[in-house]
Write a protein that binds this ligand. Structure first.
Ligand code: BGP
Length: 465
């Protein structure tokens, strides 16, 4: 028998600050690394985005109408502490205070991501995450968030998709005038982020009596291509390097042994200073958040450049790595227009693996389908593909719950249309359409898509629809 969704299930939806807010240089906000990135030609930049900064009240009203029980958004560090460290910008505090109050007034639980790709540029100029001082800067920022919002916000997410930032840095943009860091440098940054995360989780428990905090990684089960045992080893290796290497540190406080030996063999391992392992051990999450979009199917490496080129142009996060693994086509799964694998059963598989491994409640903080939605006459957006996508994922999510996995909530990407990380407004994910083109802002009007009404009904019936 299929189990019901829990009564307290957090039916939600997600956004991130830089993709939804706009107002990129207003009210004391400083530029983040995203504001200083090269922007792909022909797509919208993040300066105005969906103008949520000025329209949050209208947006929250719509979220309430949709019946959202939770809203996952991120706070921009650059609004709170524009210089990265030191002086607090009260205007930034006020904005998020008002947003949080508005959510609570509408019975929507705020779920706050503390960091979603947008490091203050001033810190980047001092070495960014490669500089150990950034750990303390982050902790200082976290302290302000807990102090100012800790009495109202229960759910906190530390760092969004750290694994994407480390394994595929180009996915969030290339800083103007500089090249992407080397792998060695990236794993050093990774270690510093992990330390910052562990210290932040500890601080949250010290400062917020009811606070619950966890990491939010892009987590994906890997399939082996064939029954060839070498494919099984490659799939296992890649899963360890891509997923467990990040989650094991967050949850268990230790580097994954297989991934660590991969790093050591390639001279990529970060220097561990005295006391570091202690810090990692002392930071404990209350839950694990995952962003789930796709699975990957993995074959043994051919040990030449074709390991990578075999998938060039496809979803960036599954490119292949020479000597490690090859990503292959899976005839049993679908694909979006952008080449992202659509695999609802993979969500069930991923949830099972994460739960079995860590035994902590799981919050799904992203899942969704990017599509070039079309606004038709009479303000209609017929996004049946989105309804079908989410419906199938919810079916599998319910099966995972039936399997025994503890899932706290589901926050698909995205509550409202936002700027895609590098594909502008041609690729939309929202339940609410924002009327603008890449360059023509029109009136930024909000229009409920077909999926809006459908998801509302899902929530009202606690998923039994
Ligand atoms: C995740 C990010 C989000 C989001 C989403 C969709 O990796 O956390 O910020 O944008 O992917 O990706 P894209 O916008 O590239 O289609």
């Amino acid at each position: 028998n299929t189990k019901d969704f829990p009564k307290s299930f957090l039916w939600g939806a997600s956004t991130s600050a830089y993709q939804v807010e706009g107002a990129w240089n207003e009210d004391g906000k400083s530029p983040s690394i995203i504001d200083m990135c090269n922007h792909p030609e022909g797509t919208a930049d993040f300066k105005i985005a969906s103008d949520h900064y000025h329209r949050y009240k209208e947006d929250v009203k719509l979220f309430a109408e949709m019946g959202l029980k939770a809203y996952r958004f991120s706070i921009a560090w650059t609004r709170i502490i524009p210089y990265g460290v030191g002086e607090i910008n009260e205007k930034g505090i006020n904005f998020y205070n008002d947003l949080i109050d508005e959510l609570i007034k509408n019975n929507i639980e705020p779920i706050v991501t503390m960091y979603h790709f947008d490091l203050p540029y001033v810190l980047e100029q001092k070495g960014g995450w490669g500089n150990r001082d950034t750990i303390n800067a982050f902790l200082g920022y976290a302290k302000v968030l807990f102090e100012r919002f800790g009495s109202k916000v229960k759910y906190w997410l530390t760092i969004n998709e750290q694994n994407t930032m480390i394994l595929h840095p180009g996915a969030i943009g290339t800083p103007k005038g500089s090249t992407l860091p080397s792998k060695k440098e990236l794993y050093k940054q990774n270690h510093h982020m992990l330390l910052a995360q562990a210290l932040t989780m500890k601080l949250c428990h010290e400062m917020c009596a009811n606070g619950k905090i966890g990491p939010a990684l892009n987590t994906t089960a890997m399939y082996q291509d064939t029954s060839n045992p070498d494919d099984a080893i490659a799939a296992h290796n890649w899963e360890s390097i891509r997923c467990w290497n990040f989650l094991d540190v967050a949850v268990k406080g230790v580097y994954n042994p297989l991934a660590w030996s991969y790093l050591v063999d390639r001279k990529l391992a970060p220097t561990i200073q005295d006391g570091d392992m202690e810090i990692l051990k002392n930071g404990k999450p209350d839950f694990v958040a995952i962003n789930y979009y796709s699975t990957a199917t993995i074959a043994a490496s051919k040990n030449d450049a074709s390991d990578v080129s075999a998938r060039a142009g496809d979803q960036q996060i599954m490119l292949g790595e020479q000597g490690v693994y090859r990503a292959t086509e899976n005839p049993y799964v679908g694909k979006t227009k952008y080449g992202w694998v659509v695999d609802p059963v993979g969500l069930r598989m991923t949830l099972r693996k994460v739960y079995e491994r860590y035994n902590l409640p799981i919050l799904i903080t992203e899942n969704g389908i990017g599509a070039p939605d079309v606004l038709e006459e009479d303000d209609i957006v017929n996004d049946d593909y989105r309804i079908e996508y989410i419906k199938k994922h919810l079916e599998q999510l319910q099966l995972a719950i039936t399997d025994g996995v503890d899932v706290m909530g589901y926050c698909p990407w995205s509550a409202i249309d936002v700027v895609s990380t590098h594909q502008g407004y041609g690729k939309r994910y929202g339940f609410i359409y924002v009327d603008r083109d890449e360059f023509d802002l029109k009136d930024l009007r909000r229009i409920k898509k077909k999926s809006f009404y459908w998801y509302k009904n899902v929530i009202v019936t606690n998923g039994s629809d």
